[in-house]
Structures are given as C-alpha cells and as structure tokens.
Design a binder for this molecule. Structure first.
Ligand SMILES: Cc1ncc(C[n+]2csc(CCOP(=O)(O)OP(=O)(O)O)c2C)c(N)n1
Length: 310
C-alpha cells in the first residue's frame, strides 16, 4: 500500500525504527510528546492507533510526513473512540486476536467533544485502551479552556486580570472529574499519571494491555506555550502536579483504588507548582490571588485526604 502511494505520488516514504520518531514538529519540552513516546514504546508491536485531531496529530503528521512507525489513523476531533471500535470490529471479522487497538486524544477530545462516543465504546465493553493526554486546554487551537482546565488558570477564553468580575481570576470552573466518569462505566482498569513519571506511564500502559476489556489512562502533559512554562521545566512541573496532590498518580482495578503516589516529605505546597507556570502568574500579585492559591491548596488537600496520599 505504501509502495503504491509512493509510486503514484513520488513520495519518499521510509519505515521508521521508532514507534514515534524524533523530528516531529512539537514544541521543545512538549509534555504530550514525552508521554506519547513513552506510550508508543510501551505498546510494543501489533498495535493500531486511532488518534483524534489535536496537537499530537497535527505535530506528528504534516502531510506527506509521519512520525509514527506503526499503523496510525486520524479522522476527526470527536471520534477516535468510534474509529477504534470500527477497527476492532474489522479485526474480529478477520479473526485477528493479536492486534491491540488504542484510541488517543487530548483533553478537549476526551472530556468534552468526544465524551459521547467514548461513553458508547465503554458501554460496549470493548477491549480498547483509551489514552487522554491532558494539557488542561484546547492547546492546538490557541489554549481555549476545556472541561479539564483547572481553577484560576489563565486561558484565552478565561483571561485573567480583565474586568472586576470573577473572570479576572482566570477559569472559575473546577476541573471535570473524568476519572470518576470512567469508573462510573465499570471499566476494569482506570489510571492517572503525569509526564513527570515516564516509568509509571509505561508500567500502566503494559498493565492496561494485559487486562481484558476497556481501559482508560489519563496523563497530565504540561504544555509549554499553553501553561507558559520554561521548556526545561516540563518534567519538574509534571512531578510537582502529583507531589502536591493536585494530580496524583492513581490506579483502579475493577473499581477499587489499588495504587497511589504518596506525598513526599517535606510536602511541596501548590504555590511551588503554580509559580512555575505563567498561566497562574496573576495569582501572585495581590490578596485576591493569594486567596485563590489558598483555595487551590484546599483542592489538593481534599485529594490528599480522598486518596490517602500521606
Ligand atoms: C468538530 C471540530 N471542532 C473544532 C475543531 C478545531 N480543533 C482542532 S484541534 C482542536 C483542539 C484540540 O484540543 P485537545 O483535544 O485538548 O488536544 P490538544 O491540542 O490540547 O492536544 C480544535 C478545537 C475541529 N477540528 N473539529
């Protein structure tokens, strides 16, 4: 097939030795790319990926190039899960029990626009691993707020510092609990990780593949321009997200919480995490911002208590 395209269009297609090659067009320090490469390597051979529209798709597949060294399909922003279901049905028809089917998308594609089709895929109990790369905004189209955007983050649709209203603090919506939504579907495996912990991501991908039935892994992936962080701080930001309790590493098997990341001592405070990111810099100016930081610390403390992180 590739040879035919090559012959008809004069393209120079070479097979890659990497599942996700370097030389793609993501930003330096892109947290999503760190996670996606870790995932791609952990998946191993015999995989087909259905990828939603978003940064991961745009930066890795500028026609006629592709950074993917594995079968990889892009269709629309909202339907990676439905495409994955179709692939699984075709493989079943062919009697192929070996090929693993993966769907992946950003938080906009997962928490918001794709949620109905994801719900259907989970309801059908299909053996598909769904990965969400959570940049906490619609990164590819210019950092608009999504259902995953956290409290007080500055985005282009929740601009901070404008006007005397509550909007002046940035986003005034709490992040949607997509992990709880996945659990409500009765998935046998649900996990959360961050780009600060690549070994944790790889282990969770392998575990999900070993479990029969639908699985969901949500990975916090710091976005350099969206979060306004220094490209050298991606890993540190991903680590602090978990270590403060704001975005803990979690693992659920058959609905039971089986593994969490404990808070280190001395305990990092959310201020340390927020300070690294320009999207929260308006919180460090006045008393109003200080109150928001205290509220975000409260959210972290709620997680610490809820998941037993101490
Ligand atoms: C139906 C539809 N609406 C809007 C768009 C425009 N669009 C393309 S990518 C994107 C944002 C993707 O955000 P997310 O899923 O969070 O992934 P990220 O870019 O952050 O990795 C949007 C709004 C589209 N392609 N299709």
């Amino acid at each position: 097939m590739l040879k035919k395209i090559k012959a008809s269009q004069g393209l120079n297609i070479k097979a890659s030795k990497y599942p996700l090659s370097p030389g793609h067009r993501a930003c330096a320090g892109c947290g999503q790319m760190i996670a996606a490469r870790t995932v791609a390597e952990a998946l191993g051979p015999d995989v087909i990926i259905a990828n939603a529209t978003g940064c991961l798709e745009v930066t890795t597949t500028p026609y006629p190039e592709s950074a993917w060294g594995m079968p990889w399909i892009h269709s629309l922003f909202e339907n990676a899960s439905a495409v994955a279901s179709g692939i699984l049905a075709a493989l079943k028809q062919k009697g192929d029990k070996k090929t693993k089917v993966i769907a992946q998308a950003g938080d906009g594609g997962t928490f918001d626009i794709g949620i109905g089709l994801i719900s259907g895929m989970w309801e059908r109990g299909e053996n598909i691993l769904y990965i969400c790369y959570d940049t906490e905004a619609y990164s590819n189209t210019g950092i608009q707020a999504s259902g995953a955007t956290p409290w007080a983050a500055n985005t282009t649709t929740t601009p901070a510092g404008i006007g005397p209203t509550i909007d002046a603090i940035g986003s005034h919506q709490r992040k949607k609990d997509m992990i709880a939504i996945a659990l409500a579907h009765g998935l046998p495996y649900v996990a959360q990780s961050t780009s600060g912990f690549t070994e944790d991501i790889a282990r969770k991908v392998k575990k999900a593949l070993a479990i029969q039935g639908p699985s969901y892994i949500q990975i916090l992936t710091p976005c350099v321009p969206g979060w306004n962080i220094d490209p050298s701080q991606t890993i540190k930001t991903g680590k602090l997200a978990a270590q403060t309790g704001l975005y803990p590493l979690l693992e659920y098997e058959n609905g039971q919480l089986t593994n969490v990341s404990k808070i280190p001592t001395p305990e990092p405070k959310v201020e340390e995490y927020l300070k690294l990111q320009g999207r929260f810099k308006h919180l460090f100016k006045d008393q109003k911002g200080k109150e928001q930081i205290e509220y975000i610390q409260k959210l972290a403390n709620q997680n610490i208590a809820k998941y037993g992180l101490k």
